[in-house]
Design a protein around this ligand. Structure first.
Ligand SMILES: Cc1cc2nc3c(=O)[nH]c(=O)nc-3n(C[C@H](O)[C@H](O)[C@H](O)COP(=O)(O)O)c2cc1C
Length: 225
């Protein structure tokens, strides 16, 4: 006999089965800077980034210019805009550094832009360890190198794939002074860091802190091990 207690659902909202076209439930926005084989810099918004230790995994359309650049030159700066940079991010939406623009993208309103930094009124500055530039205005710049390429849905040919999960090892972290912890030299203060969030194609900021967190009783240094 089952020992699971059935909840009293009369007071809860009921679930309904639906078939959404997209599943973007709210993630932080990144601007990925990369270079092509000739050295030309590209910059593109991305919201499929997750982190584990000092690795970032980025979900990317392999045929975007950023996808091509990651496959060929294998370096990237993950620039994290705050809510204050939302207009710059929005100016890069519906643009691509890939010429010619694919028919599918053109139909959706995408256009080719060679100078993405100029288009967004953002400034480029040299990175220390990798070739793509950092974005001056973004409070966080993460210099990174490709350490793994995974074809989403299986397959072993990243060049011919539609979607890739790209593993990036973070090799240097730059942050604006304004988001640093006043008490710990190596930390970011989550009260000061206001990431830009995208949810179902629209931009949001974070609300206030929801409640105290048991996980935060662990000292951040513990994760270094
Ligand atoms: C807020 C936002 C989030 C996006 N997230 C992703 C993403 O996670 N992965 C992806 O492949 N494209 C994403 N895109 C679309 C790319 O930016 C778009 O394909 C763009 O044309 C790529 O530029 P590129 O061809 O110059 O690399 C996003 C666009 C916006 C505006």
């Amino acid at each position: 006999m089952s020992t699971i207690t059935q909840p009293d659902t009369s007071r809860l909202d009921r679930h309904t089965v639906i078939d959404p076209a997209i599943l973007y439930f709210g993630t932080s926005v990144a601007l990925l800077s990369t270079r092509d084989e000739k050295g030309h810099a590209n910059l593109a918004p991305n919201s499929s980034v997750w982190w584990l230790s000092h690795t970032a995994v980025v979900g990317i359309a392999a045929r975007s210019q950023t996808g091509r650049n990651l496959l060929s030159t294998r370096e990237c700066v993950i620039n994290l805009p705050s809510v204050n940079e939302v207009d710059a991010v929005d100016r890069l939406a519906l643009t691509t550094g890939r010429h010619p623009v694919s028919e599918r993208k053109a139909r959706a309103g995408y256009r080719y832009v060679r100078d993405k930094f100029g288009e967004a009124s953002l400034h480029a500055i040299d990175a220390d360890m990798v070739s793509p530039p950092r974005v001056v205005e973004c409070p966080v710049n993460l210099e990174s190198r490709v350490t793994g390429l995974h074809v989403l849905g299986g397959g072993d040919d990243p060049e011919g794939a539609d979607l890739l999960a790209v593993e990036l090892e973070i090799v240097r972290v730059h942050v604006h002074e304004g988001i640093r912890s006043p008490t710990h030299e190596t930390r970011i203060d989550p009260e000061l860091w206001r990431p830009l969030i995208t949810s179902f194609q629209r931009f949001f900021g974070l609300g206030g802190e929801a409640q105290s967190s048991r996980l935060s009783s662990i000292d951040e240094e513990w994760y270094r091990g």
